[in-house]
Design a protein around this ligand. Structure first.
Ligand SMILES: Cc1cc2nc3c(=O)[nH]c(=O)nc-3n(C[C@H](O)[C@H](O)[C@H](O)COP(=O)(O)OP(=O)(O)OC[C@H]3O[C@@H](n4cnc5c(N)ncnc54)[C@H](O)[C@@H]3O)c2cc1C
Length: 407
């Protein structure tokens, strides 16, 4: 039995791990193994895009354990903040939240109640309501404009008006596990590249873009297979095959991240700062989460989202470097403080959870016998695509393939 897997991201690798003892598995990868979770290595390795995990990430934590990396897993309360007009306000403890000057006491109380209630709500009912309308009706214009709008723009770029209210409710409900001092996040000390390296061991990976053809059976790059598991972004699947497979189109967003090695930090101790305006929507200070000594310099991400056709995603790296440097200077980090800066981008970095998205979630089986799809648009990746969701999707699609092929 021969199975082709397209894409060596976390979905493809976990499907390969689950299937390798039952079939001859070949994984095709056109770029870096690890996909969106791959790393950039210099004296140390660091994810191209910021990554952390959560206590409830069962599939990811199980994979870490199975591959002997549990001793590397560390948990820490990561401090968060909100930058308004270039000034950063910490927003972790009830005291810090009460002291925050850009929101009335009433609005803070409304927000707290909304967070508590979201845990018990059936979010599916809000799938046809836009996030903007939902927030306006439930929380009012002021919270929408002053609090949610900058966060939505930072998360979805110009596509935010299309996002469903169901997404927000689901997202708040899975993320309202805060302790008194903030939310505890996990990280694999010295980097998630260690997980990718262990996952890829004993897996045959062809460093080539896969070209899938369907005739009597399935052919990938000229080689015949009994089944194909496609884990790459849907828009990159051949249109004829996509249509015949009955796969619904999903809109994606792109990510652009400036990764910086710096001589000084931006905030005193905050890991994640949302930013109200400017070219980046968040500052993520990795060395306020992991020890500075592991890197010997401050490691900072400036994160932006764009549409795949947006100017930000398509701008030249030199132009972006200049723009990010200019904007981060507002926070006191000047060019002389910066050792190096790299721009990373991903064209299809996650689905836009638009209105009606719940009906668009991609099933593992397609209308074409022998073609399976898993990845960021699979069920375990709602309401947030994640390493955990992709590992789960990879394992679940493997079970479906095993059942169909009776292996
Ligand atoms: C900015 C950012 C921050 C994130 N932060 C977190 C976080 O903190 N915590 C968390 O849990 N998750 C985070 N994620 C999400 C996480 O990285 C992804 O959900 C997960 O890695 C996706 O894995 P995947 O295998 O489903 O998809 P991908 O990683 O996209 O893998 C698909 C692979 O297919 C390859 N491919 C495409 N076309 C072809 C072809 N024709 N032939 C061969 N190969 C092909 C691609 O190169 C890619 O390697 C973040 C993502 C981004 C972009």
């Amino acid at each position: 039995m021969k199975i082709a897997i397209v894409g060596a991201g976390l979905t493809g690798l976990s499907a390969a791990i689950a299937l390798k003892e039952y079939a001859n598995v070949v994984v095709f990868e056109k770029d870096d193994v690890g996909g969106l979770a791959s790393s950039y290595c210099r004296e140390y390795c660091i994810e191209k895009f910021y990554h952390h995990c959560f206590r409830g990430d069962n599939a990811l934590l199980e994979m870490i354990k199975k591959l002997g990396l549990s001793s590397k897993l560390v948990w820490k309360v990561a401090r968060i903040g909100y930058a308004v007009g270039g000034k950063v306000y910490p927003l972790n403890t009830p005291f810090e939240i009460l002291r925050y000057p850009h929101m009335s006491f009433m609005d803070k109380a409304k927000l707290a109640l909304f967070t508590i209630r979201s845990k018990r709500r059936d979010y599916t009912k809000a799938d046809s309501v836009s996030v903007v309308d939902g927030i306006r009706q439930e929380l009012g214009d002021r919270l929408l404009e002053k609090f949610f709008m900058p966060l939505l723009k930072a998360k979805f770029g110009e596509s935010y008006p299309e996002v469903s209210y169901a997404w927000l409710l689901a997202r708040v409900s899975i993320r309202s596990n805060r302790k008194y001092s903030g939310e505890e996040l996990g990280y694999l000390r010295h980097g998630f590249h260690q997980l990718i390296e262990r996952m890829r061991e004993d897996i045959e990976i062809m460093s080539k873009a896969a070209r899938i053809e369907k005739n009597a059976g399935w052919v990938v790059n000229g080689e015949r297979f009994d089944a194909v598991i496609y884990t790459a972004p849907l828009p990159e699947l051949d249109e004829k095959i996509r249509k015949a497979a009955g796969v619904q189109d999903v809109k994606y967003q792109s990510s652009v991240c400036a990764l910086i090695g710096a001589k000084k930090s931006i905030t005193e101790d905050i890991y994640w700062t949302n930013v109200d305006r400017g070219i980046f929507g968040a500052i993520i200070e990795h060395t306020h989460f992991m020890p500075f000594e592991d890197y010997g310099e401050h490691v900072i991400y400036l994160a932006s989202y764009s549409s795949p056709s947006g100017w930000l995603f398509n701008a030249k790296s030199d132009e972006l470097r200049k723009l990010y440097l200019k904007d981060v200077a507002r926070f006191g980090l000047e060019e002389k403080d910066i050792n190096w800066i790299e721009i990373f981008r991903a064209k299809y970095s996650g689905p836009i959870y638009e209105k009606g998205y719940l009906n668009k979630i991609t099933p593992y089986r397609t209308a074409l016998k022998g073609l399976y799809i898993a990845g960021m648009t699979s069920k375990p990746n709602y309401p947030e695509r994640s390493m955990n969701g992709s590992i789960k999707a990879g394992m679940e699609v493997a079970e479906v393939v095993k059942a169909d092929l009776e292996v």
